[in-house]
Design a protein around this ligand. Structure first.
Ligand SMILES: [Fe+2]
Ligand SMILES: [Fe+2]
Length: 262
């Protein structure tokens, strides 16, 4: 029996069987908090160092992997962090002016994150120019630019602020297996400069879901989008970790009773 088969999969809260009435028993805010909480539970499993083995790379190889990681994540800060909330900002009506202001702050923050990581990439010996970065296949498969195809600020919030950003935020803490392999200065960058902003971005998503996930159908849609995001993020994370010599030994967390969110 392999090590993987001896570990039990984490079962996430299963909302797929809830009736319309049960789904609507939660207030908008309670529902939004439940969505964020489920993303945290998923992330805590996927970042858990106990669920991986780490093979030490030789120092030169490790340096190259760290450079590429910083370049890749600088690029992602911009692609996920700028056009996507900008689309939400444009789509939301003027009555949501408060949320629009928060989204403009998010865009400022994400540009700052991109620049910090670009500078870090250059300090490690790589390039600060994200326009020169060529996305790897697992990034192309997740195509962040496709997220701006959506015409719904709610659907974007379900995928971005209430799922993707929750996962990134957990992945860049000392609890994450990633912190066993990143250099100390990059770790410090996340702790001091990036993580405090991410909490605010998740808060913007909570406001959007609280207001707009107002029917059972819309709540099911939010949950379905989140389930899909888990499924597409999982292989991307495993590839990202594998470059550092980190191999998963546990099964994928189970969402809504199955691993095939449809
Ligand atoms: Fe960010
Ligand atoms: Fe963010």
């Amino acid at each position: 029996m392999t090590e993987e088969t001896t570990q039990k999969a984490t079962l996430l809260p299963d909302y797929s069987g809830l009736s319309d009435d049960q789904l609507m028993e939660m207030s908008g805010r309670e529902f939004a908090d439940a969505v964020v909480e489920r993303a945290k539970l998923w992330a805590w499993d996927v970042i858990d160092p106990e669920k991986y083995t780490i093979t030490e790379l030789d120092p030169d190889e490790m340096q190259q992997v760290r450079i590429k990681w910083a370049e890749r994540h600088a690029w992602m800060e911009w692609w996920f962090g700028v056009p996507v909330p900008a689309k939400q900002l444009v789509l939301l009506p003027n009555e949501d002016f408060g949320i629009k202001l928060l989204l403009s702050q998010q865009i400022i923050d994400e540009v700052k994150h991109q620049r910090l990581l670009s500078r870090r990439a250059a300090a490690l010996g790589g390039s600060a120019k994200i326009e020169r970065y060529v996305p790897e296949p697992e990034i192309v498969a997740n195509a962040p630019e496709k997220m701006v195809d959506s015409e719904s600020p709610l659907e974007i919030a379900a995928a971005l602020q209430c799922t993707g950003e929750v996962i990134v935020n957990e992945n860049t803490t000392s609890r994450s297996v990633l912190f066993r392999v990143l250099d100390e200065e990059t770790q410090q960058l996340f702790v001091d400069e990036i993580a405090p902003d991410e909490i605010r971005h998740i808060g913007v998503g909570v406001k959007i879901v609280t207001k707009y996930a107002s029917t059972p159908e819309l709540r099911r849609l939010v949950l379905k989008i989140q389930g899909r995001k888990f499924l597409t993020t999982y292989p991307r994370y495993l590839v990202d970790y594998r470059r550092f010599g980190i191999e998963r030994t546990a099964p994928e967390p189970v969402v809504d009773g199955n691993t095939e969110a449809s």
